[in-house]
Design a protein around this ligand. Structure first.
Ligand SMILES: Cc1ncc(COP(=O)(O)O)c(C=O)c1O
Length: 399
């Protein structure tokens, strides 16, 4: 371990998803015909009315100054309004903290309630950031394996087996990254009741709430499990819903004591989020959901195309995801097989082989606590989506 950097940061893993994306973008910039399935980033431009609100904000000197740490009042109000409109969650604007994206909201939420020694249950496969953000607080991330046969939807039984006297928090995300699993409303309620019974906090990550398909339905846990009282923190953001990944606006909603602690922390670390982005987010949250619906339709079509093309590749099996914009195929049957003169023995090695040979970038399951799988985003254009999977199918067929 280097003595030049802190021991804490020396022990922190880099974001595997951002690393794959960066590598794919660098190869592309160097002229390689790389197709990137790595980043969870819609290929659509941010809707025009949102961009216009930002452009207008650039010319208003009121936006040249610091805002209150917790965010501009209009945006905190808009989050309260949107929470009621979209999921029936009744909150005051004073319970909202505007953060630098949903990821910052997740890290701030952990920082606000966890103490060293606390255990945090994280159903696996999990988004790669959760365990690392828990680690930074001194608490201990505890992965809870879920079963592929049950569509990776965590159950009360699985959680109960992992619970100890030190369990302080559960991370709950539905629709899920990386699996696209959506937990049914009655099961969300049951998990909430279980957490309430054992005095466990729930971090509810609702970033993919609008991206559900078929008969799947998103519900907000505090709404369907009122027993949780005030032991919940909701995190969300504009990135995925409004194609605004680069604008960096998210939020966290919590009880006043927790929110005060979070605002205090933000006041000493980042201060407020960019005014222009906040104004854009107001337009997003108070506007209609027409553009969101258009994008959801496109994702739905690509979801079906990707699932069927993946299942057509010899040695790959993939259940149809119900939400978000990721497919999570099982690639274990390809391990140990000679492909293009190379033999990969792990999904991480296989991902490297695919990038170096047929130039497709995927995130290996190792990044999500589930080796043997890949995560592929289908938030990229139809043509690229098709072309990359055809390359993969041909590669496997050629042996
Ligand atoms: C489950 C989940 N939560 C939160 C985020 C954070 O998104 P952002 O920081 O771009 O708002 C992501 C992004 O990939 C995610 O997948």
């Amino acid at each position: 371990m280097s003595d030049r950097v802190s021991h804490l940061l020396a022990g922190l893993a880099p974001s595997a998803t951002l690393a794959v994306d960066a590598k794919a973008k660098a190869l592309k910039a160097a002229g390689e015909p790389v197709i990137g399935y790595g980043a969870g980033e819609p290929d659509f431009p941010t809707p025009a009315h949102i961009v216009e609100a930002a452009a207008k904000a650039c010319y208003d000197p009121v936006n040249y100054k610091y805002t209150p740490t917790a965010g501009i009042p209009e945006l905190r109000e808009a989050v309260a309004f949107k929470s009621k409109r979209d999921s029936g969650l009744d909150v005051a604007a004073s319970q909202v903290l505007i953060t630098n994206g949903g990821k910052h909201a997740v890290a701030t939420a952990f920082m606000s309630v966890l103490n060293p020694g606390d255990e945090v249950l994280i159903p696996a496969p999990y988004w790669t950031t959760y365990p690392e953000a828990v680690y930074l607080t001194g608490a201990t991330p505890v992965a809870v394996a879920t079963s592929a046969a049950h569509g990776f939807r965590v159950t009360v039984e699985e959680l109960e087996r992992a619970r100890t006297p030190k369990t302080t928090m559960l991370v709950f995300v539905s629709p899920s990254n990386p699996t696209g699993a959506v937990v049914a409303p009655e099961d969300v309620a049951a998990i909430g009741r279980w957490a309430a019974e054992h005095n466990i906090w729930v971090l509810c990550d609702e970033i993919y709430e609008h991206l559900v398909y078929g008969s799947a339905q998103h519900v907000s846990m505090p709404v369907v499990a009122p027993e949780l009282a005030d032991r919940w923190i909701v995190v969300n953001g504009v990135a995925k819903t409004y194609a605004m990944t680069g604008w960096r606006v998210g939020w966290m909603i919590a009880a006043p004591d927790v929110l005060n602690a979070a605002v205090n922390y933000q006041s000493q670390t980042t201060s407020n989020i960019s005014n222009i982005s906040q104004r854009a987010a107001v337009a997003a949250l108070t506007g209609d959901l027409e553009a969101v619906e258009m994008m959801r339709h496109a994702f739905d079509r690509r979801r079906q195309l990707m699932t069927s093309m993946l299942n057509d590749i010899d040695g790959v099996t993939c259940a149809e995801p119900e939400g978000a914009f990721y497919a999570f195929p099982d690639v274990s049957a390809l391990l140990g097989r000679s492909l293009g003169g190379r033999v990969a023995t792990s999904s991480a090695e296989l991902a490297t082989t695919l990038l170096e040979t047929i130039k497709i970038a995927v995130v290996p399951g190792e990044a999500f606590g589930s080796p043997g799988y890949f995560r592929l985003s289908y938030a990229l254009g139809d043509e690229d989506l098709r072309e990359g999977l055809e390359r993969w199918a041909r590669f496997v067929a050629a042996g």
